[in-house]
Design a protein around this ligand. Structure first.
Ligand code: SAH
Length: 421
């Protein structure tokens, strides 16, 4: 069964969605066109007045080097440097990737003398829990982590009937400046290290092992979505190194299935092609949000570099290289991108690139605090979905998880920054 990612859950379409109504009976609704604009905050711009795009990580103190940042050879070499046998690295690796611990007290197979120093050197603390929020029914936990330099990132752990999904961050902040996204508004603080990406999973696995996610169907995280903070393809090398650790069997890695890992991007076309060449069949998601350049230029500023058609061509090429059906993410924003003609145009653009290669995931916008934009009305969302389905494009309307805990899209870090200021 294809496992469609997110952070989100399926909302049952109303019966009307699937009924192919007679077009003649349904006069085209006059719909307003709201243009993206920010209110209450200013979108940063570059020298030419365009929304600022930050691809390079600002220079900041590097996080401590962690075992997860090193290759197997580098880990062994480090042991040699310390005058220890190479198998000590394997023992540490097993503690971390299989038992989810960095606590020397639990590592009784290591000699007591020098154990603390060895563990402190190889498994330095990367994430400090700054705050945790849990939904009333206990199916979602949102972690806010403080990094060594005070930067904040978050991950969200979600229980589903047969899987446990963790939404992780790849950067502190984000440089892509999408005006509807809570993370985008703050700009890019820095790239996360591979260790900082992996530690989000290890810490979630630890929480699961401790029974902290109520009624979990699994003992460890089964699915990863790179849909927390950051643009994963702008932190390419560290993200790929992290994915390789995730898919390496335990105890050398986390033993996850590549198809259960979703990499989501605004559409950095050259990086999408590179990802296709890695031959790791991760699930690929493109955050499209508009099928026409006129609107997408404003909604996703990186569209000034790579247009809708180029992003869709790259998504299609990803499917061809990997055989993995790709996902199109589409946040439905009232009167901005939810027009029937846009659903038709999207279907047309997808179908002209073939059939059976793509799945669309519309999701009602989760308004950021203070935002003037709102989610589409349910009947408009249903109509949007209906048009895609009638055109033969598999489409699933989703709903955000954990709204009560600012469950989505950088909102917890944003709230914390506000409350801290
Ligand atoms: N930078 C990557 C991954 C992080 S965002 C990307 O853009 O794909 C993960 C998803 O959440 C993206 O599809 C993004 O567009 C969407 N998103 C951001 N803000 C949102 C909001 N307020 N409501 C609904 N979805 C949102």
């Amino acid at each position: 069964m294809p496992d469609f990612p997110p952070i989100t859950e399926v909302r049952e379409p109303s019966a009307a969605v699937l009924r192919d109504r007679d077009e003649a009976e349904r006069p085209e609704r006059e719909q307003r066109q709201v243009r993206p604009r920010t209110e209450g905050w200013q979108q940063k711009t570059d020298a030419t007045g365009r929304p600022l795009l930050q691809f390079a990580s600002p220079k900041r103190g590097k996080p401590p080097v962690h075992l997860a940042d090193l290759s197997a050879e580098e880990r062994a070499a480090k042991m040699k440097e310390l005058g220890l046998p190479a198998f000590r690295a394997k023992q540490l690796t097993a503690h971390y990737f299989s038992h989810y611990t960095s606590d020397p007290a639990e590592m009784t197979d290591l000699p007591a003398a020098g154990r603390e120093e060895l563990v402190a050197g190889m498994l330095p603390p990367l994430l400090t829990e700054a705050r945790r929020l849990t939904t009333d029914n206990g199916d979602t936990i949102k972690f806010l982590w403080r990094l060594h330099d005070g930067a904040l990132v978050e991950s969200v752990l979600m229980r589903y009937p047969e899987r446990v999904t963790l939404c992780i961050s790849s950067q502190a902040g984000c440089g892509m400046n999408c005006p509807f996204c809570a993370t985008g508004q703050a700009g890019l603080t820095r790239n996360l290290s591979t260790g900082e990406i992996i530690d989000q999973i290890v810490r979630a696995n630890r929480a699961l092992a401790n029974g902290e996610l109520k009624n979990s169907p699994k003992e460890r995280v089964t699915n990863i979505v790179f849909m927390g903070m950051g643009e994963p393809l702008a932190n390419y090398k560290r993200v790929i190194d992290a994915v390789r650790i995730m898919t390496t069997p335990q105890p050398a890695g986390l033993g996850m299935s590549a198809r259960h890992i979703t990499v989501s991007t605004v559409g950095l076309v050259p990086a999408i092609h590179k990802l296709a060449e890695e031959k790791i069949p991760v699930t690929f998601a493109l955050s499209l949000h508009a099928p026409d350049d006129q609107l997408r230029d404003e909604l996703i500023p990186v569209n000034s570099r790579w247009k809708v058609d180029e992003a869709l061509d790259a998504a299609r090429a990803y499917f061809e290289a990997t055989g993995r059906r790709v996902s199109i993410e589409y946040a439905l924003i009232k009167d901005m991108n939810d027009h029937g003609w846009r659903a038709d145009l999207l279907a047309e653009k997808l179908n002209e690139r073939g059939r059976g290669w793509v799945h669309v995931n519309p999701i009602p916008l989760n308004p950021t605090p203070g935002s003037v934009w709102t989610a589409s009305d349910p009947d408009v969302a249903d109509e949007f979905v209906r048009r895609l389905i009638v055109a033969g494009v598999p489409t699933t309307l989703r709903d955000t998880r954990g709204k009560e805990i600012d469950g989505a899209c950088g909102q917890l870090a944003a709230a914390d920054a506000v409350s801290a200021s």
